[in-house]
Design a protein around this ligand. Structure first.
Ligand SMILES: Cc1cc2nc3c(=O)[nH]c(=O)nc-3n(C[C@H](O)[C@H](O)[C@H](O)COP(=O)(O)OP(=O)(O)OC[C@H]3O[C@@H](n4cnc5c(N)ncnc54)[C@H](O)[C@@H]3O)c2cc1C
Length: 296
């Protein structure tokens, strides 16, 4: 939508395709405290509604369908859609984000944004002096468990094996922090609560015993998948499947740009996605200007 604000304002005809919820994954966040301009925080849905209104005010057309494939045809790029349309365009900005790998247990979806989180940087500060669980044993899980001890009184790392996959140095740091405990060989089988998370069911995979643990939050770090399936044959991806771009958001294909969480980069946040969008929108303008100059 930010890219659309830039291209729309530059009087370029802009169509935004969205297959699920307009606004992307931040829509479900109860409160966003680290996006500039809102000192008291703002809900994800209020933030994205405002951005949507701004994009539409510059003529961005939003169509609630998905893109299934991109085809190259000379200087044209053709987008195939879930309703079997073929949209011909000169430029495309791919901003299809990522999907967190889910535990797929009862309560997970219901409490997402209300105690269940996939982002320590986003939600850690809401758990000051609370008790939380971190699920996972890789670098992100252990790095974020350490980060979360800045806020939480106690962090319990639940891991399905009896050893971690994370880098040794992270493991050593985590083992040395008294407020981190490890619950080995265990998985969460359910998340319960009223308005927010209050407890989880924990199953020990070696003994098959299930216990209920009182908890205020569950951070799930078992991996992320970029939504690049529909473009994997068109643009270059990194080893984890994220789109590689240059600093102007250009991909290896002329006229195809990428922005936001789908890019190969370090920090995946609203502020960085918005920055990418602004850059991608500006790059599109330059690309179109160049095409038109060549034709004259
Ligand atoms: C619960 C939660 C809380 C968060 N809290 C914060 C926070 O406090 N602060 C912060 O900065 N960040 C936060 N984040 C991270 C933030 O949401 C992301 O960094 C940001 O949304 C990335 O924006 P994006 O546009 O790149 O991708 P997304 O928001 O993922 O948007 C991508 C969109 O593309 C659509 N799409 C995917 N494939 C297709 C297709 N083939 N065709 C059409 N549409 C498609 C998806 O449906 C989605 O709507 C949070 C995330 C979550 C889940």
């Amino acid at each position: 939508m930010t890219a659309g604000i830039y291209t729309g304002r530059a009087k370029l005809k802009t169509l935004l395709l969205e297959e699920k919820a307009i606004g992307g994954e931040i829509v479900v966040a109860d409160i966003v405290e680290n996006y500039p301009g809102f000192p008291k925080g703002i809900s994800g849905s209020d933030l994205t509604s405002a951005i949507e209104e701004q994009a539409r005010s510059f003529g961005v057309e939003i169509c609630e369908i998905g893109a299934t494939r991109i085809e190259l045809n000379g200087e044209n790029r053709i987008v195939h859609t879930t309703d079997d349309r073929m949209i011909t365009t000169k430029t495309i900005i791919i901003a299809a984000g990522t999907q967190n790998i889910k535990l797929n247990v009862p309560g997970e979806k219901l409490f997402t944004g209300r105690g269940v989180s996939y982002c320590a940087q986003c939600d850690g500060a809401f758990f000051k002096d609370k008790e939380i669980i971190v699920v996972g044993g890789g670098d992100t899980a252990i790095g974020d468990a350490i980060f979360l001890t800045r806020f939480a009184r106690k962090v319990s790392v639940v891991h399905r094996r009896d050893k971690l996959r994370a880098e040794k140095i992270l493991q050593e740091r985590a083992f040395s922090i008294p407020s981190i405990e490890f619950i080995w060989d265990s998985v969460i089988t359910g998340i319960e609560g009223k308005k927010t998370v209050e407890a989880v069911s924990l199953k020990n995979l070696k003994t098959d015993t299930v216990v209920t643990k009182r908890i205020d939050g569950v951070f799930i770090f078992i991996g992320n998948n970029p939504n690049t399936g529909f473009v994997k044959d068109i643009v270059t991806l990194d080893e984890s499947g994220y789109i590689i771009t240059d600093e102007n958001m250009g991909t290896n294909q002329p006229g195809i740009f990428a922005a936001g969480d789908i890019r190969s980069k370090m920090v995946r946040q609203v502020a960085t996605a918005v920055g990418d969008g602004a850059m991608a929108g500006s790059s599109v303008q330059r690309y179109i200007e160049k095409l038109e100059t060549v034709k004259k």
